[in-house]
Design a binder for this molecule. Sequence first.
Ligand code: SAM
Length: 322
Amino acid sequence: MTHTSHVRSSAAPDEVLESVLRGLKKPEKELSPVWFYDDHGSYLFDRICELPEYYLTRTELAIMREHAPEMARHIGRGAALVELGSGTSAKTRLLLDHIDMPATYVPVDIAREYLLDAAGAIARDYPELHVIPVNADFSQPFELPIEVARASRCVVYFPGSTLGNFDRAEAASLLSRIRGMIGRHGAALIGIDLRKDAGVLRRAYNDAAGLTAAFNLNALRHLNRKLGADFDLEQFEHAAIWVEDKSRIEMHLISKRDQRVHIGHAEVTIKRGEHIRTEYSHKYTLEDFAELAESAGLRVREVWTDRNRYFSVQLLEPHTFQ
Ligand SMILES: C[S@@+](CC[C@H](N)C(=O)[O-])C[C@H]1O[C@@H](n2cnc3c(N)ncnc32)[C@H](O)[C@@H]1O
């Protein structure tokens, strides 16, 4: 029963262009973090994950290695696993190795080639599993394959602290959509980065090898390629800023000079020293995250963390009264 099924895609080019321009014309310019991720961006991200300063992946992987059997017991037999922002699906393998007869695996990612490669590799290595990649932007509503509804239970896996990229209101609304996906009997297993010493955080996003800077600048390269923009990458520099009162790292690209950039038929003026914000990375306390989950009708059932309490993997379930 090995098969990698059809890929669905969600993209309306005019809307994409409009939304980029809206962000770049705001008084405080911004770009969606989805622009980091084309195949080159996904490759850079994988290399970032191996950096000594980037504690996130290493710590989450260690938590998964230690607790995957227990997580799998909570997930139960015959479940469908839907992964948001699946990337290489490396962490997922740790779960799949322990889940009792998983029915279907649905990796969802915006980086198409990367998604297909990872899905193909999983299908080869887990021949009993239906693997149905979905090429979609999970921040927008998308359709789940019918096979998910046929499984004993739907479990959304959302590792990598990707939820931290959304501001509080967006994160609450994404959690509500996850609540809708899993229905009354499902669960969500979510990787959440925790608040910690600001020095550790700053180093993680300002690595000595400059890979995070290259990853940040790749958003502009991606815009050049996908939307025919003419950003000169040499004219921007990377900055990662810890914003204490918002409990988040912000990645910015700072313009080195006054410049005009063309995207489609539009022109965007960028002043010297002006910032384009490319990503938020919120760091939660356990209490804060539980409150956020509650606001979306989800209850924290289990929390697994490391000895330093740097990172957490949390199992959420719908409130039974809903
Ligand atoms: C931080 S990486 C995490 C990858 C992997 N899940 C992990 O934990 O190592 C984010 C992944 O999510 C994907 N991604 C980011 N934003 C997305 C979006 N809005 N819709 C779909 N995929 C997205 C990227 O292409 C990338 O593969």
